[in-house]
Design a protein around this ligand. Structure first.
Ligand code: BES
Ligand code: ZN
Ligand code: ZN
Length: 497
């Protein structure tokens, strides 16, 4: 169930309404002093056990139905300096929204602490508020369309303030627009692969991304053949569902700051091909188009927010399957750029389709190219599930993306991008092989991609294999694939605008 949210920030508090809850934050150090004072001020009575538990137990979140007074439900969060990050509000508020799905609360008042308490952790007060708003939307997501039992959608009024200080209506609206795009990206990634074929992906993009400044072009198999995009064609050859390429072009009127190409890996299912994966690894491979979803979500949000930046989205969409028409280990594929690839492993298919996509992006002469791809398991081994690997030779771009990573708490980590690793990709018969050695797999994958990018164009590759897929580190990534990349990119693009 997701709530029909009505989010406001004004001085009319909701705690005296029917079925209300109040969220309040306390620092562990001041808990004994402030908690009782707070109960007194608000005229709330809890039964003795409830408060005692909150003081004693490790559990940092208190959910207590009040004995007397309003609200009906008190939700208190206890935090401490040692484990403070700028994800505090996001993660806590998302957990609370998820938990409230089991209660019959209709009015939620959220009192967040003043920005001055957390100044060092955030770039601005706006950024601090943003983290809270995002948490509310991230928690209010589910993917339950395939469950037979449908729960009724409930209304939830949420009012949020920081010690009497309100959040601007502009920020509320912008954040809502951004988070709508994040939810759309999440829906695409969570959708099972037999539904979300390349064709269905293209259909949903056309259906959902309607905007005056946005043009969408779908190149079908025939057009891919005409353009000699044999890399995309090879990977998609075995599937009943033809490969295609989605091009999105967002060009608002007025003076534009920059022209950026975003490229997203759109493998709607990765069985591994003839180099087949074991079932356990295949399970999450409906999410192998999370790079595509990041690009689609970013462009949807950029258009809704009217960002003054030209963006070209390039998405090669294929299913990596098995049949008599499969591409095979030992094949040599001639890409659109004219460069040839020796296929040593059909499961390293992302880099193959991206070869054609990157070349296509370069032809549009963008000021910079950023690609998103669930490219390697090696990346998850290196950095864990929460963090994307960033590869670039451009320090300025790296810095700007790192700043946005801090603001959005979508973690990226810059990796070494040593050119001499290219030795590992030598092929006797083709220009490059698609497989390195066992070591540094996410780096050799990045080096492979760079081979297809015009050296004059600043380029960033983000391997999002870890953070794009669900993981247990935060309340909002626990159950469903995450839509990673959209919040990061919107922060980055907004800083340029
Ligand atoms: N889609 C996978 C990478 C992946 C793994 C994404 C886990 C998300 C979670 C990719 O196509 C792949 O299979 N890569 C191989 C590369 C290898 C054959 C060089 C891998 O990581 O094992
Ligand atoms: Zn693969
Ligand atoms: Zn893959």
């Amino acid at each position: 169930m997701i709530f029909e949210l009505i989010l406001t920030s004004n001085k009319n508090r909701l705690i005296n309404k029917k079925n209300s809850a109040l969220v309040k934050f306390f620092h562990e150090k001041e808990l004994s002093k402030k908690f009782n004072l707070f109960l007194k001020q608000e005229k709330i009575e809890l039964n003795q056990n409830q408060a005692a538990n909150f003081f004693a137990k490790k559990e940092e979140l208190l959910f207590a139905f009040t004995h007397k007074g309003s609200p009906d439900l008190l939700i208190a969060k206890k935090h401490k300096d040692e484990n403070l990050t700028n994800d505090l509000l996001r993660n806590t508020l998302s957990a609370i929204i998820i938990r409230l799905k089991n209660e019959s609360i209709q009015n939620l008042e959220i009192d967040i602490p003043p920005y001055s308490d957390f100044k060092e952790l955030f770039s601005s007060e706006t950024n601090y508020f943003e983290s809270a708003l995002e948490g509310i939307y991230l928690g209010n997501y589910d993917f339950e369309i395939y469950k037979t039992e449908k729960s009724k959608k409930q209304k939830l009024n949420v009012n949020i303030m920081s010690e009497g200080k309100t959040i601007s209506s502009d920020q509320l609206l912008n954040c809502q627009n951004k988070m709508k795009a994040v939810s759309f990206a999440r829906d695409l990634v969570n959708e099972p692969a037999s539904t979300l074929t390349p064709q269905e992906l293209a259909r949903r993009v056309k259906l959902n991304l309607k905007h005056n400044s946005l043009r969408i072009k779908i190149l079908n198999k025939k057009e891919l053949q005409n353009r000699k995009m044999n890399a995309i064609l090879a990977v998609g050859a075995a599937s009943e569902n033809d490969p295609l390429l989605i091009e999105l072009h967002y060009k608002p009127s007025g003076k534009l700051k920059r022209k950026i190409a975003l490229v997203g890996k759109g493998v709607t299912y990765d069985s591994g091909g003839l180099s087949i994966k074991p079932t356990s690894s295949m399970l999450e491979m409906k999410g192998d188009m999370a790079g595509a979803a990041a690009v689609i979500g970013t462009i949807a949000a950029a258009a809704a927010l009217k960002l003054p930046i030209e963006i070209i989205g390039v998405i090669p969409a294929v299913e990596n399957m098995i049949s008599g028409k499969s591409y095979k280990p030992g094949d040599i594929v001639k890409t659109a750029s004219g460069k040839s690839i020796e296929v040593k492993d059909t499961d390293a298919e992302g880099r193959i389709i991206l070869a054609d996509a990157l070349e296509y992006a370069c032809k549009q002469k963008p000021d910079e190219i950023i690609d998103f791809a669930t490219l390697t398991g090696a990346c998850v081994v290196a950095l864990g599930e929460t963090t994307a690997a960033m590869f670039t030779k451009n320090d300025k771009l790296a810095q700007a993306l790192e700043d946005s990573s801090k603001s959005s708490f979508e973690r990226i980590w810059r990796m070494p991008f040593y050119s001499d690793y290219k030795e590992q990709l030598k092929s006797e018969m083709a220009d490059i092989s698609n497989l390195g050695t066992r070591w540094g797999g996410s780096i050799t994958a990045a080096i492979f991609l760079e081979h297809f990018v015009d050296k004059k164009i600043p380029y960033v590759h983000l391997d999002i294999a870890g953070p794009a897929l669900k993981h247990k580190f935060t309340s909002y990534t626990e159950k469903y694939d995450t839509g990673f990349g959209v919040r990061l990119m919107i922060d980055y693009l907004s800083n340029l605008a």
